[in-house]
Design a protein around this ligand. Structure first.
Ligand code: SF4
Ligand code: SF4
Length: 443
């Protein structure tokens, strides 16, 4: 209260991080109760207050009040946050943690303290490659060619990476996270409108996504086939682009807003009943376009309308008569909640309902299913050690379930889990929920 009054009286100076009065007020909503601490995957690894949601809010406030200055250590604490939103879902005071950190990251980026400032290659990829499907595909082809020619394994034979130039070291770290994949043609390639075979129930716009379309095309194929089987006409606008989530999380808010506008224009041409994504990070981002473009007079209303139409794939499928299409799958299955589905969208029951409905499935709950797997967009490439620690924790829990299949509902999580399972030689298959349903549907 005193802080609010002091600021109103002009006693709190504007720090290096510029927040508007309304934004600064959001920082003051945190009453430092600490309820969020145990839900934070980073805090529960490091047990360091400055790696907790409460600690980070405190740091941001201290920065805004010019009580501390920006150091690399401070930036590491701020950026080690996975943006998983577990804290926000737990907070009894309704602190808008995700919104606050996105504002702060954008401001830090503008001031020259962005998270990717020290990793020029990743910065280039985030801004100019990952969001553009053709460029992303070219990158993957290049990586595959290097792997085939044995160049990567040759370089990795050197134990002391420090002898290599920084750019090459950065590249090797990124390469390790990119899965092996073959260029694949799918039945929906080049098609904008795909009609269901039976009676049409609804018209659904489908976001292909960047990682899904380039690295996990099978997941997109399964997602679209299930929608068609359930009587959806599927619209895939050619002009669609990246959802903007990674740009927003890494401080490139203007890029993110540009992508949002392009998607709004692309989908609003088709008068769809729903806009669907099979990646929880993308569906979360699109649900937030209304918030992103709230200050943009030309797009404000259009963004609101767009966001109201957005559903996660699991959400829409759970509303359709899926039971009648399911055939038995005698498998022991567990489910890992994607952070952006559970914490950001509050979707917990729908995926479980879909999995449990499959005849003969033996469903077993995963311990700590709500904890981040460490993928978190590009976080795993920036904070490798932390990401691997979280992945190890997740794999240990998966092993405990003795499941044959671990199901997730997000492409980023699927990539991270696949990476860990392959690395540790575990006998567990990772499936996106759309793949599991497509298998049960026999499509
Ligand atoms: S963010 Fe919320 S839960 Fe965490 S300390 Fe602040 S008020 Fe408490
Ligand atoms: S978003 Fe996730 S990682 Fe970041 S502070 Fe909240 S719980 Fe921790």
């Amino acid at each position: 209260m005193q802080q609010r009054e002091a600021r109103k009286a002009g006693n709190v100076s504007d720090g290096l991080l510029k927040f508007s009065d309304a934004e600064f007020e959001l920082l003051l909503d945190c009453v430092r109760c600490g309820f969020c601490l145990v839900s934070c995957p980073v805090f529960t690894q490091t047990f360091d207050e400055v790696d907790s949601p409460r600690g980070r809010i405190h740091l941001l406030r201290a920065l805004a009040e010019r009580r501390i200055s920006i150091t690399q250590t401070l930036l590491n604490h701020l950026y080690s946050c996975l943006a998983c939103r577990a804290c926000q879902a737990t907070c009894p005071s309704g602190v808008r943690y995700a919104f606050i950190t996105e504002l702060a990251r954008a401001e830090l980026e503008r001031k020259g303290f962005g998270v990717t400032k020290r990793n020029k290659l990743l910065r280039l990829l985030i801004r100019h490659v990952f969001p553009y499907r053709k460029r992303f595909e070219l990158l993957i082809r290049f990586v595959e060619a290097c792997r085939k020619a044995g160049l990567i394994s040759m370089v990795k034979r050197f134990e002391n990476f420090s002898i290599f130039p920084k750019a090459l070291r950065e590249w090797l770290q990124i390469e390790e996270m990119l899965p092996s994949t073959r260029a694949k043609r799918a039945f929906y390639d080049g098609r904008t409108v795909i009609k269901p075979r039976q009676k049409q129930r609804m018209k659904v716009g489908f976001l292909l996504g960047c990682a899904s379309e380039v690295l996990l095309k099978d997941v997109n194929e399964a997602s679209i086939k299930v929608l068609l089987e359930l009587g959806c006409e599927v619209i895939i606008p050619e002009e669609q682009t990246c959802c903007g989530a990674i740009a927003m999380h890494t401080g490139f808010d203007e890029d993110a807003k540009r992508f949002a506008k392009r998607n709004i224009e692309a989908f609003e041409r088709y008068d769809v009943d729903a806009i669907v994504s099979n990646a929880a990070g993308c569906s979360t981002a699109m649900k937030e376009y209304a918030q992103w473009l709230n200050d943009d007079e030309a797009f404000k209303e259009r963004a609101k309308k767009f966001s109201q139409l957005v559903y996660d794939w699991t959400e829409i499928v759970a509303q359709l008569p899926f039971y009648e299409h399911m055939k038995p799958l005698p498998l022991r299955v567990t489910y890992d909640d994607p952070c952006h589905l559970l914490h950001a969208q509050g979707i917990r029951e729908e995926p479980r309902k879909l999995i449990r409905a499959i005849p003969s499935i033996e469903f077993v709950e995963l311990p700590e299913a709500e904890m981040c797997c460490g993928g978190a967009g590009v976080h795993g490439m920036l904070f490798r050690e932390l990401s691997m620690e979280l992945l190890e924790r997740k794999l240990k829990n998966i092993k405990e379930t003795c499941a044959q299949v671990v199901v997730t509902a997000n492409t980023g999580c699927k990539l991270q889990l696949q990476y860990g399972i392959k690395k540790h030689g575990l006998n567990v298959r990772v499936m996106h929920i759309a793949e599991l349903l497509a298998l049960s549907f026999g499509v």
